[in-house]
Design a protein around this ligand. Structure first.
Ligand code: HSE
Length: 308
């Protein structure tokens, strides 16, 4: 007895400036997973693309652990082993939600094979339990732009499609930055002034996206709660933000915990590529090699490609 499913999950960018641990968006870069569940024990994993040389290919693999987590939660006793084929495009440990994509891929694939025991909100709850916070897993599950929060143990989330048509330009530095390290530099306390600064900007960002108005975006992407502290880990960060704006971006911010930097630009391919090039060159001036991704908003979130 065996069943196979192919799922696709988008990469994500959490925080979006001031919305620390709360806001997120899904973008058009994807990890694919083909999962075969069998009634025989054992796991076989093959990986192409990002992380192929580093990601564990045994029981420690996070996709497989997520598959097992869901099967155990659902009380499934049919499936004991699996064959996983992954094709990864989301860069690893760069702030584009690679671990969220892995977790959501495993959960979505296993859930589909057992007949959708869980709805999407329940998948979000399960993914958050594994990841520890919802800001990347929410857009990976739902697509679009997400506002999510923890209310005691429960995850609350709204996903919506911004009215603005924009490009999302990402400069991907050639070094990884573990989220743990990027959180270790953050202060335990922040001033009331900085808290107010962020509340205003995070709220303004959501308002801009709901209204389809870009006028306030140059301010709405600023932050005082995490980016200033993380700047020391990402050489040239502030200069790259300034270069992106000078080249025509509405604004720019750290993608998740970094080190990727994300610029919101008008929906114009040439302009978006010029913004990307200016980000790359500015990073290079700070001795950081990077590559550029010009992405759109992903509107679907995790989805099935085919059943076998
Ligand atoms: N909100 C997280 C952080 C992003 O900035 O540390 C990683 O999920």
């Amino acid at each position: 007895m065996q069943k196979t499913i192919h799922v696709r999950v988008p990469g994500t960018s959490a925080n979006c400036g001031a919305g620390f641990d709360t806001l997120g968006l899904a973008c058009t870069i994807y990890n694919d997973l083909t999962l075969t569940l069998t009634d025989r024990p054992g796991v076989q994993i093959s990986i192409e693309g990002e992380g192929a040389d580093f990601i564990p290919k045994d029981e420690r693999n996070i996709v497989w652990k997520s598959v097992r987590y869901l099967l155990d939660k659902a009380g499934d006793t049919t499936f004991k082993g699996g064959i996983l084929r992954m094709e990864n495009h989301v860069p690893l440990s760069r702030g584009l939600g690679s671990s969220a994509a892995a977790i959501v891929a495993g959960l979505k694939a296993a859930n589909t094979i057992i007949g959708n025991s869980y709805n999407r909100h329940e998948l979000l709850e399960l993914a958050t339990a594994i990841e520890g916070h919802p800001d990347n897993v929410a857009p990976a599950v739902f697509g679009g732009f997400t506002v999510s929060l923890m209310n005691k143990e429960r995850v609350e989330c709204y996903a919506f499609m911004p009215k603005n048509n924009m490009k999302y330009v990402v400069a991907v530095p050639n070094f990884p930055l573990p989220t743990r390290k990027a959180r270790a530099v953050l202060p335990q306390q922040v001033s009331r002034e900085d808290a107010i600064f962020n509340i205003g900007r995070a709220s303004m960002l959501v308002a801009c996206l709901c209204r389809g108005n870009e006028r306030m975006l140059p301010y709405a992407l600023d932050d005082r709660l995490h980016q200033p502290y993380r700047a020391s880990l990402i050489p040239g960060m502030e200069d790259v933000f300034a270069a992106a704006k000078k080249a025509g971006a509405y604004g720019a911010c750290l993608s998740g915990a970094g080190p990727c930097l994300l610029a919101f630009t008008p929906n114009d391919d040439d302009l978006a590529h010029r913004v990307g090039e200016s980000m790359r060159v500015t990073f290079a001036n700070h001795c950081v090699r990077s590559r550029v991704l010009v992405l759109d908003l992903d509107r679907r979130g995790a989805h099935i490609i085919n059943h076998e």
